[in-house]
Design a protein around this ligand. Structure first.
Ligand SMILES: [Zn+2]
Length: 134
């Protein structure tokens, strides 16, 4: 297990099993997310690199119109193999300043249920030529 320090947390990371069967959603909101995370800033890229995560492949992704149209408010999680060794766990329904941290445009937390998850919320630009439908 390799240790990673992310903000206020220490994560014990195991190599993740590859997922060959996962199918990417083709709706406009998921397409926009995958496009937007190709252009992460240095801080954000470092977060995903440290956890060996592909930002374009969250295990759960929900989206809503953001306050400023046509930006998009996204939230979801990435599953990790490993465990939270130190730092306050976040429950997705109970985010506080103590159990979350903001890295670039991502507000993140780690929840430690049956699986370790990187939980996130972020507001990203709309990059598709087609406008959002809502
Ligand atoms: Zn979708």
């Amino acid at each position: 297990m390799e240790e990673r320090t992310i903000g206020k947390w220490t994560i014990g990371l195991k190599p993740r099993l590859s997922r060959e069967r996962d199918i990417l959603c083709d709706c406009l909101y998921c397409l926009n997310f995958r496009k937007a995370v190709k252009d992460l800033n240095e801080q954000e890229r470092r977060l995903f690199d440290q956890l060996s995560l592909d930002p374009a492949r969250p295990d759960l992704l929900s989206d809503f119109p953001a306050e400023s149209f046509p930006e998009r408010y996204y939230l979801g999680h990435y599953e990790l193999a490993g465990q939270l060794l130190d730092g306050p766990p976040a429950a997705s329904d109970h985010w506080t300043d103590e159990n979350t941290e903001t890295i670039g445009r991502f507000r993140i937390g780690f929840s430690n249920g049956s699986k370790l998850r990187l939980e996130f919320e972020t507001v990203l630009p709309w990059l598709l030529s087609e406008p959002p439908e809502d």
